[in-house]
Design a protein. Structure first.
Length: 420
């Protein structure tokens, strides 16, 4: 029996997305009435363009918006062209670096691409729409903003917010600029309500203070109830926040991370996290997820393969997911090099090619210095043989039948192939 009236609320609870809501009963009833009438509810998810791609750590609220749209509702994706000029202090211990205009525009384009992998954009009733808060902040008069918006905020209340309180308790400096962030995000929520009829903000639990800043402003200034809905912070069995892999972000956009590496991140999820990740990072029906998470011992690897394929399919498309799956099978199960690996094709053997350059050309490392560090750390192999010389050159006997496998760590592979 369903616990809530609305399809969206029940899905969020069933799949492990639901953490906190400003008014559970009110939001559930609002969504139910919208679903019953066929008129979509409008909700938004915001992200400041401090980077040019989202990563796995951002996917939880993004998947919530994906389900929001599947339930017939309309998602707004807000890029903070204005708020990125300040930086959200939530979870931070210092002021973010300021970005120039060219970088901001580059990052906004990257975020559009990330959002577009999970949501359908267009002109339909429940198609997603991208908005930028720079559009309404760029011409705002400072004194007018203080008079019209600042009067609704209590400094006493603001000091109790986690983003502020934590910094003060640690005796870490917090600029007046950062202190204003929650006013700006609150104003965003109300502006989206005025322009689009948006009554919901969906985000991770670390945004709770900023969300309630908007719901309170809506109630006090516009006499409307706005709703906040948050997801929990997803952690592994060791309590580590998911979304990082060996210190590096697992990026959504393909320019930042190959599909194979994205696939491998989910393929290597711990056994205890399989069910949780299937619920959150895939579109699989819940009955199928229950079947997969009940698998034990070696069979759990089959569930991990399905998880990796389904998660990659959403983010990179079915063709890339299938190619990544084949490569993983090729590397880890067949234990030999082959045509599915990324290869450097040489017409003739190059006797002046350093291994550190090969690592860069295969996109296994980003610089020669990084390659040297990995070699010093005993992390690089050719044909399963460890290489310890930082100035190692590819040797003729490295090429077996004209091919050589290059391995970085346990999960990254490439190859060299002589084509003539």
């Amino acid at each position: 029996m369903s616990q809530f009236k609305s399809e969206f609320f029940n899905l969020m609870l069933e799949r492990g997305f639901y953490n906190q809501c400003t008014n559970e009963g009110g939001f559930d009833s609002y969504l139910y009435e919208c679903e019953k009438s066929g008129k979509p509810a409008v909700g938004y998810l915001g992200s400041d363009p401090t980077g040019d791609s989202l990563h796995v750590g951002h996917i939880v609220p993004l998947m919530m918006m994906r389900w929001f749209q599947k339930c017939g509702h309309k998602p707004l994706t807000l890029v903070g062209g204005a708020t990125a000029r300040i930086g959200d202090p939530s979870g931070k211990d210092k002021l973010r670096p300021f970005l120039d205009e060219a970088t901001l525009q580059h990052n906004i384009e990257g975020l559009k691409k990330s959002f577009g992998k999970f949501l359908k954009f267009g002109d339909g009733a429940n198609d997603a729409v991208m908005v930028d808060n720079w559009d309404w902040f760029k011409d705002i008069n400072y004194l007018a903003f203080l008079r019209d918006i600042g009067t609704y905020y209590s400094v006493n209340r603001m000091l109790t917010m986690d983003s502020v309180k934590t910094r003060l308790e640690r005796e870490q400096p917090m600029s007046f600029l950062e202190f204003n962030y929650m006013l700006l995000q609150g104003y965003d929520f109300c502006e989206l309500y005025k322009q689009y009829g948006c009554r919901a903000q969906i985000a991770g639990s670390d945004q709770w203070g900023n969300i309630t800043s908007g719901t309170e402003l809506g109630r006090r200034k516009y006499d409307v109830e706005l709703f906040g809905f948050t997801s929990p912070i997803i952690t592994d069995s060791n309590g580590k926040k998911m979304g990082k892999s060996e210190g590096n972000a697992v990026w959504i956009n393909e320019e930042k991370l190959p599909a194979y590496d994205y696939y491998q991140y989910f393929r290597n999820i711990g056994d205890a996290e399989v069910g949780k990740c299937l619920r959150i990072y895939t579109d699989l029906p819940i009955d199928e997820i229950r079947r997969l998470e009940a698998l034990q011992d070696k069979e759990i690897n089959e569930a991990k393969k399905i998880l990796a394929f389904e998660a990659t399919k959403i983010c990179r498309g079915e063709e890339e997911a299938a190619a990544a799956q084949k490569t993983a099978t090729h590397v880890f199960e067949l234990k030999r090099t082959g045509e599915l690996l990324k290869f450097l094709d040489w017409e003739v053997y190059d006797d002046n090619k350093y291994l550190i350059d090969v690592l860069m050309e295969l996109q296994l490392t980003s610089s020669r210095g990084e390659g040297r560090r990995f070699i010093k750390q005993n992390a690089v192999k050719i044909n399963d043989i460890l290489v310890t010389d930082e100035l190692y050159k590819i040797q003729p006997n490295d090429l077996i039948n004209g091919e050589a496998k290059v391995q970085l760590g346990k999960k990254k592979f490439g190859g060299i192939r002589i084509t003539k």
